[in-house]
Design a binder for this molecule. Structure first.
Ligand SMILES: [Zn+2]
Ligand SMILES: [Zn+2]
Length: 188
């Protein structure tokens, strides 16, 4: 997903990519929920340019599967990803960095700078790579706890049966050890 900024003319540039499932799998590999791509990831991009700053507006929708967080059967999720990111040439950032560099401790300056630049990425030369931004925004958009269905009943904590399929009849009342003493008192 590389764009040469010279390709971005006055009316902006429209581009689209279909990322193969292996590419998407690689993108989401670090996520704890264990997502895998179900289909190619379609990314629509619009790029507009002001001098050397480039605004990237992206729309994408990923279809992924992961084990359900309650019952472990496959859960499919559609993840919409909307991106608005400004790419700033790194020489501009360097000058700005020098301005911010006064006698304050380094860390504070850096933190303030980071807060200003939430929707900014830097690039050098003439080529912008959208891949890291798309990856980062996809990871942020992933549900942390995918479920196969809204009312998934999960697995029985005693025998492990899938409670969506059958009621096993186990006694699943969990006794909090802190109340166990009281439970004893209540009994005659
Ligand atoms: Zn489930
Ligand atoms: Zn059971």
């Amino acid at each position: 997903m590389r764009v040469n900024i010279d390709e971005i003319k006055e009316g902006g540039l429209q581009r689209a990519w279909d990322l193969a499932t292996e590419v998407v799998d690689e993108m989401v590999k670090g996520d704890n929920a264990g997502y895998r791509a179900k289909s190619p990831f379609h990314v629509d991009a619009r790029l507009t340019r002001m001098e050397r700053r480039v605004l990237f507006e992206g729309r994408a929708r990923a279809t992924l599967a992961a084990p359900c967080g309650r019952c472990l059967s496959p859960a499919e999720v559609e993840v919409p990803v909307d991106i608005q990111m400004t790419f700033v040439p790194d020489e501009e950032v360097r000058t700005r960095g020098e301005d911010a560099e006064d006698d304050r401790p380094n860390t504070r300056v850096k933190r303030r700078f980071a807060a200003e630049a939430v929707n900014e990425e830097t690039y050098s030369g003439k080529v912008i790579d959208l891949h890291p931004v798309v990856r980062e925004q996809l990871l942020l958009a992933l549900p942390g706890y995918p479920v196969c269905q809204e009312g998934c009943k999960g697995l029985c904590s005693v025998c492990g049966a899938n409670l969506n399929e059958r009621e096993c009849g186990c006694d699943r009342r969990v006794l909090d050890p802190r109340w166990a003493g009281l439970e004893k008192l209540k009994k005659p």
